[in-house]
Design a protein around this ligand. Structure first.
Ligand code: FAD
Ligand code: UDP
Length: 388
């Protein structure tokens, strides 16, 4: 088949572009992925011994307040009523997250009204007036005792950098609630795909105008497939330009999966470990993401998560965004703007942490603002990455 568009990467960004271009614009789309499965980092599969659905690249929870994304996602899957909640173990005791009135009462060992808790935290937070780094920012939000319990050790393990040396922005999104509400996300819609992520992603790719080639690295085949056809590239931005400006920094995760001989290991999907001397940051127990399923009652699957800097060849997970990364990124964006016929998108192609709903929203706007005008109205294809 001759193609009208080549999409590099079969993650949520690439598949949304491919699906819209095939179904709505009537294009023939070739999707390439160097992995042996579709779905990018949202890919999930049954663990062979137990049949429990595991997320190979880390637990993925879907949530969005974007009505267009919610409507679009529901064309391919329905969602369970799952609501995410996280707990944290610190010095042998368990607390609820994100920090809420329950956490505060439990930690300080007494019942407090919302006003009393607010007054206590305000007094403790007053020691910092002009926060310049993550530690100071966190103390200004929650006071030193809660910071030292729940944030310092966890953050040091996650970033392998002292919180004093990390930018304040990382913690800005940390919610503190003076109610007993311990839902992790504030979005209007939340849930997990009823038959799993892979079934959802496969339905997106299931269109006669889409051909998916797995196990295929774009850079090995670009001369054969690209030619004069526009390319939507969702691989790593620095790799595209052969690291000409240096490498962009990422954190990677190591996952250690284990089948345990019990029907329930920890009683909840995610347990964070705040102590610095516990080497992992958290443990996921996948059966709890789908309490509605008939999973075995004598076995369970857990995954310990460890965090470290990514070397070349590791899976890049979270952009680090040091000052040097940001200046390299500007240089790469400038190069991307000059790259005719290529649009850069997705998490790796823009060097931005994107949740799934953000990747889908961003792909839908790329179709609206760049691909449709080009293919339907005959306008010149404007390069330069995704709309910010
Ligand atoms: P990806 O999913 O990374 O897909 C990019 C694809 O491009 C990959 O399959 C890759 O193999 C392919 N590729 C790269 N280079 C090439 C090449 N040269 N040739 C061919 N193929 C190539 N989001 C949420 O909403 N909720 C969560 O709970 C959540 N948890 C997460 C946990 C972790 C640990 C991580 C890392 C991410 C999490 N996310 C979560 C974010 C989610 O994974 C992303 O939003 C989503 O994967 C973005 O999709 P993408 O298509 O941009 O990128
Ligand atoms: N964080 C923490 N303790 C926790 C959970 C989160 O200190 O128990 C901090 C940590 O610095 C982390 C940030 O809050 O990088 C964001 O946490 P979130 O769980 O949203 O991050 P993700 O798991 O998506 O990286």
């Amino acid at each position: 088949m001759n193609f009208d568009l080549v999409v590099v990467g079969a993650g949520f960004f690439g598949l949304t572009v491919a699906e819209r271009c095939a179904a709505e614009l009537g294009l023939r789309v070739l999707v390439l992925d160097r992995r042996d499965h579709i779905g990018g980092n949202a890919y999930s599969e049954p663990e062979p011994e137990t049949g429990i659905e595991v997320h190979r690249y880390g637990a993925h929870l879907f949530h969005t307040s974007n009505e267009r994304v919610w409507e679009y996602a529901n064309r391919f899957t329905s969602f369970t009523g799952y609501q995410h909640r996280v707990f944290s173990t610190f010095k042998g005791r368990v607390y609820s997250l994100p920090i809420n009135l329950g956490t505060i009462c439990e930690y300080f060992g007494r019942a407090m009204s919302p006003d009393e808790a607010r007054a206590l935290i305000a007094e403790q937070a007053a020691e910092v007036s002009d926060p310049g780094n993550l530690e100071e920012k966190a103390i200004s939000l929650i006071g030193r005792p809660l910071y030292e319990a729940f944030i310092r050790g966890y953050t040091a393990k996650q970033w392998q950098t002292e919180p004093k040396d990390l930018p304040a922005e990382i913690i800005t999104r940390l919610p503190v609630r003076y109610t007993f509400d311990n839902r992790y996300f504030n979005d209007t819609h939340e849930g997990l795909p009823v038959d799993g992520y892979t079934a959802w992603l496969e339905r997106m790719a299931d269109h006669s105008g889409i051909e998916v080639r797995l196990g295929t690295d774009f850079f090995d085949v670009r001369d054969d497939v690209a030619g004069n056809v526009p390319v939507v590239y969702t691989g790593a931005l620095d790799r595209y330009f052969d690291y000409a400006e240096g490498e962009l920094g990422w954190r990677t995760l190591d996952f250690e999966m284990e089948v345990k001989r019990t029907g329930d290991f920890q009683g909840t999907p995610v347990m964070n470990y705040a102590d610095i001397d516990v080497p992992y940051t958290r443990i996921h127990e996948f059966r709890h993401f789908h309490p509605e399923r008939a999973y075995p009652s004598d076995k369970t699957v857990i995954m310990r998560e460890y965090s470290r800097f990514a070397a070349r060849g590791d899976e890049p997970y979270y952009p680090i965004n040091t000052a040097q990364d940001r200046s390299r990124l500007l240089a790469y964006r400038e190069m991307a703007r000059r790259e005719d016929g290529v649009l850069f998108g997705g998490r790796l192609g823009t060097y931005k942490y994107l949740d799934m709903h953000m990747a889908i929203a961003s792909a839908l706007s790329m179709v609206d603002n760049r691909l449709r005008p080009h293919f339907v109205e005959g306008e010149r294809l404007i390069s330069g990455g995704v709309d910010e």
